[in-house]
Design a protein around this ligand. Structure first.
Ligand SMILES: Cc1cc2nc3c(=O)[nH]c(=O)nc-3n(C[C@H](O)[C@H](O)[C@H](O)COP(=O)(O)OP(=O)(O)OC[C@H]3O[C@@H](n4cnc5c(N)ncnc54)[C@H](O)[C@@H]3O)c2cc1C
Length: 409
């Protein structure tokens, strides 16, 4: 039996502590906040999208950084095992659109309560309001941790589960990166990911609050297409957000944002340009003597009409039967490829996750143990691992946390 310290009472840390205790170790879970799972509480808009019920191929396909590194972690403790574990401790779950798994109650607090119950069941000692300041390492061997109040706590093994940089109010202070760097681990550049875009065009502000469903969004670096998908997006006071945009931000590499990228919205992805032109012609025929501004109400959400009219350059007072073929073609082109310019990403406090982190090259993928310091483990978002939305990021935390916990000797 070893004395194990887990730093960080988030998803990965709670799971690591549980798994180590399951293997018969004496476990101390150290959390700087006043309670466990502060970030879990805000996940899935307060409902916690616990995992994704898709198959293993789907899990790997949705991991953006270093999916191969997760092979052992996912196969040791997968989404089904996570659901069985929570069920065993009394949590009822449901599967929603896109195989997203939520608690039946729709309360993330129930997920946290279930994890707390599992920790108590395995006699994990929880220390709240306790901040680790540094790791104690001698001759490439972990010896314990130093707390911010000056105390030193010895341990045979330490698991770092301190999370990333995003939503700092939840405790994401990036301490784990400092611990890793000081003990000889490389860090991969960290950037906010699954984060809204800032947009150059001033007119987006006029559309603030407008949500577009069933649109297609593509992102280009000059001629190179970096992303394209179909779904839902949202206009905000600074630019664009919503599921499609967050996914786009997760799939584009940090370096690519150094260029000014173009984002195009296809407002009518179900129609080709020709079909859309015919549809507009039909609408114009039915509204022969109406002014242009009053004739496109069937095609667009009301809030978008003044913006589209302005961008089209067509006089809003013009009768539709006076609109030229050229003007109509321009309107179709706008609706099929509405151009926006991405000027940047929103900051850490709006990012769902951190891209980058402790390099997985410095970590043994079969155990989550450091390759430089014996009996030191890393798991969760502190590592250079990230995935798209849909429950995959939490599954990374559960799987890597579990593997780290059971790998302690
Ligand atoms: C708004 C939002 C919604 C999200 N929704 C979902 C979702 O629905 N589904 C999904 O799969 N993912 C979601 N995510 C992502 C998911 O929450 C994270 O990937 C996951 O929580 C990472 O777990 P972690 O344990 O690695 O880090 P965290 O959950 O951040 O936990 C790290 C813990 O370590 C503690 N800590 C840090 N430093 C120290 C220190 N020095 N001493 C002591 N304690 C320390 C912190 O206080 C914190 O409690 C969401 C994220 C956000 C921000």
């Amino acid at each position: 039996m070893s004395n194990v310290i887990v730093i960080g009472g988030g998803a990965a840390g709670m799971m690591a502590a549980y798994a180590a205790a399951l293997c018969g170790h004496q476990v101390k879970l150290i959390e700087q906040n006043e309670k466990l799972g502060k970030k879990i509480f805000i996940t899935g808009k307060g409902r916690c999208n616990i995992t994704n019920a898709g198959d293993m191929d789907n899990l790997f396909a949705n991991v953006m950084s270093n999916p191969k590194f997760l092979y052992s972690a996912f196969y040791t403790f997968n989404n089904e095992q996570m659901m069985s574990f929570l069920e065993e401790y009394g949590l009822k779950m449901k599967v929603e659109r896109g195989n997203r798994v939520f608690p039946v109650s729709d309360h993330s607090s129930d997920v946290i309560a279930t994890l707390r119950k599992a920790l108590a069941n395995k006699n994990v000692e929880v220390f709240l309001h306790t901040k680790v300041n540094h790791l104690l390492v001698t001759k490439e061997q972990i010896e314990g941790v130093g707390l911010s109040d000056g105390r030193e706590v010895p341990a045979d093994a330490v698991i770092v589960a301190t999370g990333g940089f995003s939503y700092q109010t939840t405790g994401a202070t990036g301490d784990g990166y400092r611990f890793a760097e000081k003990t000889g681990h490389k860090l991969v550049q960290r950037t906010p990911a699954l984060v809204p875009f800032e947009i150059k065009e001033a007119w987006v502000k006029e559309l603030q609050g407008l949500s577009l469903r069933n649109v297609s969004v593509s992102v280009y670096n000059e001629k190179k297409k970096l992303y394209e998908d179909f779904g839902e997006m949202l206009f905000t006071h600074f630019g664009v957000s919503g599921p499609l945009i967050l996914s786009a931000s997760g799939m584009i590499k940090a370096k690519q944002f150094e260029n000014e990228l173009k984002l195009y919205i296809d407002l009518k992805p179900a129609l080709t340009a020709e079909q859309l032109d015919k549809r507009i012609l039909r609408d114009f025929d039915e509204a022969m003597n109406k002014q242009f501004k009053n004739a496109i109400g069937h095609l667009l959400p009301a809030k978008m009409i003044p913006v589209l009219i302005d961008l089209s350059g067509i006089d809003p007072e013009k009768k539709v039967n006076e609109i030229s073929r050229e003007e109509r073609t321009g309107l179709v082109a706008l609706m099929k490829k509405l151009p926006l310019t991405i000027t940047g990403l929103r900051g850490w406090n709006e990012a769902i996750i951190t891209k980058g982190g402790v390099s997985v090259k410095d970590i043994n993928p079969s155990t989550m143990e450091s390759k430089h310091v014996q009996n030191l483990f890393f798991c969760g978002e502190v590592l250079d691992l990230d995935a798209l939305t849909g429950g995959y990021n939490l599954q990374i935390a559960w799987s890597t946390g579990y593997l780290a916990g059971i790998s302690v000797q």
